[in-house]
Design a protein around this ligand. Structure first.
Ligand code: GDP
Ligand code: MG
Ligand code: ZN
Length: 294
Protein backbone atom coordinates (compact mmCIF):
# COMPACT_ATOMS: atom_id res chain seq x y z
CA UNK A 1 0.00 0.00 0.00
CA UNK A 2 1.46 3.44 -0.90
CA UNK A 3 2.73 5.54 2.00
CA UNK A 4 2.49 9.30 2.02
CA UNK A 5 2.29 12.39 4.16
CA UNK A 6 -0.69 14.69 4.61
CA UNK A 7 0.34 18.14 3.43
CA UNK A 8 -2.99 19.90 3.80
CA UNK A 9 -6.51 19.26 4.97
CA UNK A 10 -9.84 20.93 4.47
CA UNK A 11 -12.85 19.45 6.22
CA UNK A 12 -12.84 15.82 5.03
CA UNK A 13 -10.49 16.17 2.10
CA UNK A 14 -6.79 15.58 2.45
CA UNK A 15 -3.91 16.28 0.12
CA UNK A 16 -1.33 13.57 0.38
CA UNK A 17 2.10 13.53 -1.12
CA UNK A 18 3.32 10.15 -2.27
CA UNK A 19 6.75 10.27 -3.88
CA UNK A 20 6.30 13.79 -5.26
CA UNK A 21 2.80 13.15 -6.54
CA UNK A 22 -0.22 14.69 -4.83
CA UNK A 23 -3.38 12.66 -4.24
CA UNK A 24 -6.69 14.05 -3.07
CA UNK A 25 -8.00 11.65 -0.52
CA UNK A 26 -10.94 11.01 1.72
CA UNK A 27 -10.60 9.10 4.97
CA UNK A 28 -12.21 5.80 5.97
CA UNK A 29 -15.16 6.16 8.31
CA UNK A 30 -13.45 4.04 10.93
CA UNK A 31 -11.27 6.97 12.07
CA UNK A 32 -14.27 8.93 13.25
CA UNK A 33 -15.63 5.87 15.02
CA UNK A 34 -12.28 5.46 16.77
CA UNK A 35 -12.44 9.11 17.84
CA UNK A 36 -9.48 10.19 15.76
CA UNK A 37 -8.99 12.02 12.51
CA UNK A 38 -6.02 12.36 10.17
CA UNK A 39 -3.90 15.48 10.74
CA UNK A 40 -1.57 17.48 8.57
CA UNK A 41 1.85 15.95 9.14
CA UNK A 42 0.51 12.43 9.53
CA UNK A 43 2.25 9.65 7.67
CA UNK A 44 -0.49 7.53 6.16
CA UNK A 45 -1.18 4.49 4.05
CA UNK A 46 -3.56 5.03 1.20
CA UNK A 47 -5.24 3.06 -1.50
CA UNK A 48 -5.43 4.75 -4.86
CA UNK A 49 -8.97 4.71 -6.19
CA UNK A 50 -8.30 6.61 -9.41
CA UNK A 51 -4.76 7.01 -10.67
CA UNK A 52 -5.68 9.45 -13.53
CA UNK A 53 -7.59 11.74 -11.24
CA UNK A 54 -5.08 11.39 -8.40
CA UNK A 55 -7.73 10.20 -5.99
CA UNK A 56 -7.42 7.88 -3.06
CA UNK A 57 -8.54 6.87 0.40
CA UNK A 58 -6.64 7.03 3.69
CA UNK A 59 -6.57 3.53 5.17
CA UNK A 60 -4.17 3.84 8.07
CA UNK A 61 -2.49 6.53 10.15
CA UNK A 62 1.06 5.54 11.10
CA UNK A 63 2.15 6.11 14.70
CA UNK A 64 2.56 9.79 15.56
CA UNK A 65 5.67 11.33 17.06
CA UNK A 66 3.51 14.05 18.59
CA UNK A 67 0.24 15.88 18.19
CA UNK A 68 -0.37 19.59 18.65
CA UNK A 69 -3.82 20.99 19.37
CA UNK A 70 -3.28 24.57 18.23
CA UNK A 71 -2.42 24.64 15.39
CA UNK A 72 -3.79 21.19 14.73
CA UNK A 73 -1.01 19.07 13.32
CA UNK A 74 1.09 15.98 13.89
CA UNK A 75 4.77 15.12 13.76
CA UNK A 76 6.30 18.57 14.04
CA UNK A 77 9.98 17.94 14.74
CA UNK A 78 11.49 21.41 14.83
CA UNK A 79 10.66 25.00 15.66
CA UNK A 80 12.73 27.89 14.40
CA UNK A 81 12.07 30.68 16.84
CA UNK A 82 12.46 33.96 15.05
CA UNK A 83 13.20 37.02 17.16
CA UNK A 84 13.77 40.38 15.53
CA UNK A 85 16.45 42.68 16.91
CA UNK A 86 14.56 45.85 15.91
CA UNK A 87 11.10 46.71 14.59
CA UNK A 88 9.72 44.97 16.53
CA UNK A 89 12.20 44.84 19.40
CA UNK A 90 13.05 41.42 20.83
CA UNK A 91 10.19 39.72 22.68
CA UNK A 92 12.17 37.48 25.00
CA UNK A 93 9.16 36.52 27.09
CA UNK A 94 7.60 35.00 23.99
CA UNK A 95 10.90 33.34 23.11
CA UNK A 96 11.16 31.74 26.55
CA UNK A 97 7.57 30.51 26.27
CA UNK A 98 8.32 29.00 22.89
CA UNK A 99 11.44 27.32 24.23
CA UNK A 100 9.47 25.80 27.09
CA UNK A 101 6.78 24.64 24.68
CA UNK A 102 9.33 23.01 22.37
CA UNK A 103 10.99 21.28 25.30
CA UNK A 104 7.61 20.00 26.45
CA UNK A 105 7.02 18.63 22.93
CA UNK A 106 10.54 17.24 22.90
CA UNK A 107 11.44 18.71 19.52
CA UNK A 108 14.48 20.56 18.09
CA UNK A 109 14.77 24.28 18.45
CA UNK A 110 16.83 26.83 16.62
CA UNK A 111 16.79 30.43 17.78
CA UNK A 112 17.12 32.89 14.94
CA UNK A 113 17.94 36.48 15.87
CA UNK A 114 16.87 38.30 12.75
CA UNK A 115 17.27 41.84 11.39
CA UNK A 116 20.81 42.02 12.71
CA UNK A 117 21.45 44.64 10.04
CA UNK A 118 19.28 47.03 12.05
CA UNK A 119 20.98 46.44 15.37
CA UNK A 120 24.30 47.04 17.11
CA UNK A 121 26.53 44.00 16.92
CA UNK A 122 27.02 44.19 20.68
CA UNK A 123 23.30 43.86 21.32
CA UNK A 124 23.05 40.75 19.15
CA UNK A 125 26.07 39.24 20.83
CA UNK A 126 24.69 39.85 24.30
CA UNK A 127 21.41 38.09 23.52
CA UNK A 128 23.06 35.25 21.62
CA UNK A 129 25.39 34.57 24.51
CA UNK A 130 22.55 34.13 27.00
CA UNK A 131 21.00 31.38 24.91
CA UNK A 132 24.22 29.80 23.65
CA UNK A 133 25.43 29.46 27.23
CA UNK A 134 22.32 27.46 28.06
CA UNK A 135 23.09 25.16 25.16
CA UNK A 136 20.68 26.37 22.52
CA UNK A 137 21.51 26.64 18.84
CA UNK A 138 21.52 30.29 17.83
CA UNK A 139 21.65 31.77 14.34
CA UNK A 140 22.12 35.47 13.68
CA UNK A 141 20.52 36.47 10.41
CA UNK A 142 19.38 39.10 8.03
CA UNK A 143 16.47 37.51 6.22
CA UNK A 144 16.93 39.84 3.28
CA UNK A 145 20.39 38.50 2.50
CA UNK A 146 20.55 35.24 0.61
CA UNK A 147 23.94 34.40 2.03
CA UNK A 148 22.57 34.70 5.54
CA UNK A 149 19.56 32.53 4.80
CA UNK A 150 21.94 29.71 3.86
CA UNK A 151 22.70 29.37 7.58
CA UNK A 152 19.19 28.06 8.18
CA UNK A 153 19.01 25.45 5.45
CA UNK A 154 21.06 22.70 7.13
CA UNK A 155 18.58 22.64 10.00
CA UNK A 156 15.68 21.85 7.70
CA UNK A 157 17.02 18.44 6.64
CA UNK A 158 14.79 15.52 7.65
CA UNK A 159 12.53 17.73 9.72
CA UNK A 160 9.04 19.10 9.68
CA UNK A 161 9.89 22.63 10.69
CA UNK A 162 7.69 25.55 11.64
CA UNK A 163 8.73 29.15 12.11
CA UNK A 164 7.44 30.82 15.24
CA UNK A 165 7.62 34.40 16.40
CA UNK A 166 5.36 37.41 16.51
CA UNK A 167 4.22 39.44 13.57
CA UNK A 168 6.84 41.38 11.65
CA UNK A 169 9.91 39.47 12.84
CA UNK A 170 10.68 38.13 9.35
CA UNK A 171 9.14 34.65 9.12
CA UNK A 172 7.69 35.15 5.64
CA UNK A 173 10.86 36.80 4.37
CA UNK A 174 12.90 33.85 5.62
CA UNK A 175 10.63 31.21 4.14
CA UNK A 176 10.39 33.06 0.84
CA UNK A 177 14.17 33.24 0.59
CA UNK A 178 14.44 29.57 1.38
CA UNK A 179 12.10 28.74 -1.46
CA UNK A 180 13.72 31.47 -3.58
CA UNK A 181 10.45 32.61 -5.07
CA UNK A 182 9.01 36.05 -5.02
CA UNK A 183 5.61 35.58 -3.52
CA UNK A 184 2.99 37.95 -2.27
CA UNK A 185 3.52 40.11 0.77
CA UNK A 186 2.03 37.37 2.87
CA UNK A 187 4.44 34.93 1.30
CA UNK A 188 3.53 31.31 1.09
CA UNK A 189 0.69 31.99 3.48
CA UNK A 190 -1.47 33.34 0.67
CA UNK A 191 -2.60 29.91 -0.28
CA UNK A 192 -5.97 29.67 -1.97
CA UNK A 193 -7.49 26.80 -0.06
CA UNK A 194 -7.17 28.74 3.19
CA UNK A 195 -9.75 31.38 2.39
CA UNK A 196 -12.39 31.86 5.03
CA UNK A 197 -10.85 29.40 7.42
CA UNK A 198 -9.76 29.84 10.97
CA UNK A 199 -6.25 30.61 9.86
CA UNK A 200 -4.60 30.25 13.25
CA UNK A 201 -5.35 26.56 13.15
CA UNK A 202 -4.69 25.79 9.47
CA UNK A 203 -1.41 24.23 8.51
CA UNK A 204 0.06 23.50 5.10
CA UNK A 205 3.28 21.60 4.56
CA UNK A 206 5.64 22.78 1.85
CA UNK A 207 8.22 20.35 0.65
CA UNK A 208 11.75 21.64 0.99
CA UNK A 209 13.62 18.46 0.21
CA UNK A 210 13.12 14.71 0.46
CA UNK A 211 11.76 14.08 3.92
CA UNK A 212 11.97 17.81 4.76
CA UNK A 213 8.97 20.08 5.03
CA UNK A 214 8.16 23.55 6.24
CA UNK A 215 4.88 23.83 8.09
CA UNK A 216 3.27 27.08 7.16
CA UNK A 217 0.89 28.32 9.81
CA UNK A 218 0.31 31.56 11.65
CA UNK A 219 -0.65 29.38 14.61
CA UNK A 220 2.68 29.76 16.40
CA UNK A 221 2.88 33.54 16.25
CA UNK A 222 1.74 34.00 19.80
CA UNK A 223 1.70 31.10 22.12
CA UNK A 224 -0.46 29.97 24.99
CA UNK A 225 1.14 27.29 27.09
CA UNK A 226 -2.23 25.78 27.85
CA UNK A 227 -0.92 22.27 28.25
CA UNK A 228 1.89 22.93 30.71
CA UNK A 229 1.08 23.16 34.41
CA UNK A 230 2.80 25.76 36.59
CA UNK A 231 4.34 23.06 38.79
CA UNK A 232 6.20 21.46 35.88
CA UNK A 233 7.32 24.66 34.15
CA UNK A 234 10.78 24.50 35.78
CA UNK A 235 11.53 21.26 33.91
CA UNK A 236 11.22 23.11 30.62
CA UNK A 237 13.75 25.78 31.58
CA UNK A 238 16.62 23.50 30.74
CA UNK A 239 19.36 25.38 32.60
CA UNK A 240 17.35 25.03 35.84
CA UNK A 241 17.55 21.24 35.73
CA UNK A 242 20.88 20.75 37.56
CA UNK A 243 19.60 22.83 40.50
CA UNK A 244 16.11 21.45 40.99
CA UNK A 245 17.20 18.78 43.48
CA UNK A 246 18.92 21.43 45.62
CA UNK A 247 15.66 23.04 46.66
CA UNK A 248 14.48 22.40 50.22
CA UNK A 249 10.87 21.76 49.27
CA UNK A 250 9.70 19.18 46.78
CA UNK A 251 7.17 21.43 45.11
CA UNK A 252 9.43 24.48 45.17
CA UNK A 253 8.18 27.22 42.84
CA UNK A 254 11.62 28.89 43.01
CA UNK A 255 9.96 32.23 43.74
CA UNK A 256 9.08 32.75 47.39
CA UNK A 257 10.91 29.82 48.99
CA UNK A 258 13.98 30.46 51.15
CA UNK A 259 16.31 27.56 50.43
CA UNK A 260 16.06 27.24 46.68
CA UNK A 261 18.65 25.79 44.34
CA UNK A 262 17.44 27.83 41.40
CA UNK A 263 17.61 31.12 43.30
CA UNK A 264 21.03 30.19 44.57
CA UNK A 265 22.18 29.51 41.02
CA UNK A 266 20.74 32.88 40.02
CA UNK A 267 22.73 34.55 42.82
CA UNK A 268 25.88 32.82 41.67
CA UNK A 269 25.36 33.95 38.10
CA UNK A 270 24.71 30.44 36.78
CA UNK A 271 21.23 31.40 35.62
CA UNK A 272 20.54 34.66 33.79
CA UNK A 273 18.30 37.18 35.52
CA UNK A 274 16.44 37.74 32.26
CA UNK A 275 15.54 34.05 32.00
CA UNK A 276 14.65 33.79 35.68
CA UNK A 277 12.32 36.79 35.47
CA UNK A 278 10.58 35.34 32.45
CA UNK A 279 10.21 32.04 34.27
CA UNK A 280 8.54 33.96 37.08
CA UNK A 281 6.18 35.78 34.69
CA UNK A 282 5.18 32.62 32.87
CA UNK A 283 4.75 30.79 36.19
CA UNK A 284 2.37 33.49 37.45
CA UNK A 285 0.46 33.42 34.17
CA UNK A 286 -0.02 29.65 34.36
CA UNK A 287 -1.00 29.88 38.02
CA UNK A 288 -3.59 32.52 37.23
CA UNK A 289 -5.07 30.40 34.46
CA UNK A 290 -5.20 27.36 36.74
CA UNK A 291 -7.09 29.40 39.36
CA UNK A 292 -9.66 30.51 36.80
CA UNK A 293 -10.21 26.95 35.67
CA UNK A 294 -11.86 25.95 38.92
N1 GDP B 1 16.15 45.22 7.65
C1 GDP B 1 15.58 44.01 7.69
N2 GDP B 1 14.28 43.90 7.40
C2 GDP B 1 13.73 42.66 7.44
C3 GDP B 1 14.47 41.50 7.77
N3 GDP B 1 13.65 40.43 7.75
C4 GDP B 1 12.43 40.90 7.41
N4 GDP B 1 12.47 42.25 7.22
C5 GDP B 1 11.33 43.13 6.89
O1 GDP B 1 10.43 43.13 8.00
C6 GDP B 1 9.08 43.20 7.56
C7 GDP B 1 8.27 42.05 8.14
O2 GDP B 1 8.76 40.82 7.64
P1 GDP B 1 7.82 39.54 7.43
O3 GDP B 1 8.68 38.50 6.79
O4 GDP B 1 6.58 39.91 6.71
O5 GDP B 1 7.50 39.17 8.94
P2 GDP B 1 6.48 38.03 9.49
O6 GDP B 1 5.27 38.78 9.97
O7 GDP B 1 7.20 37.40 10.61
O8 GDP B 1 6.18 37.09 8.39
C8 GDP B 1 9.14 43.19 6.04
O9 GDP B 1 9.02 44.53 5.60
C9 GDP B 1 10.51 42.63 5.73
O10 GDP B 1 11.02 43.11 4.51
C10 GDP B 1 15.87 41.67 8.07
O11 GDP B 1 16.61 40.74 8.40
N5 GDP B 1 16.35 42.93 8.03
MG1 MG C 1 4.32 36.59 7.64
ZN1 ZN D 1 13.51 26.13 44.20
Amino acid sequence: MPNGIIISASSNLYQIEVENKIYNCTARGKFKKEGTSPLVGDKVEITISNEEKNEGVIEQILPRYNEIKRPKMANLTELILVVSMKMPSPDLLLLDKELAFAKWLNINTVICFNKIDLSEQEEVKKLSEIYKNIGYTVIEANAKSEEQVEKIKPFLKNNITAFAGNSGVGKSTLTNSIFKTELTAEGIISNKNKKGKNTTTTVTLYKYDNNSYIADTPGFSTLELTEISSSELDKYFIEFLPYLNKCEFGGCSHIKEEKCGVKEALQNGKISLQRYQNYQKIYEELKEREKNKW
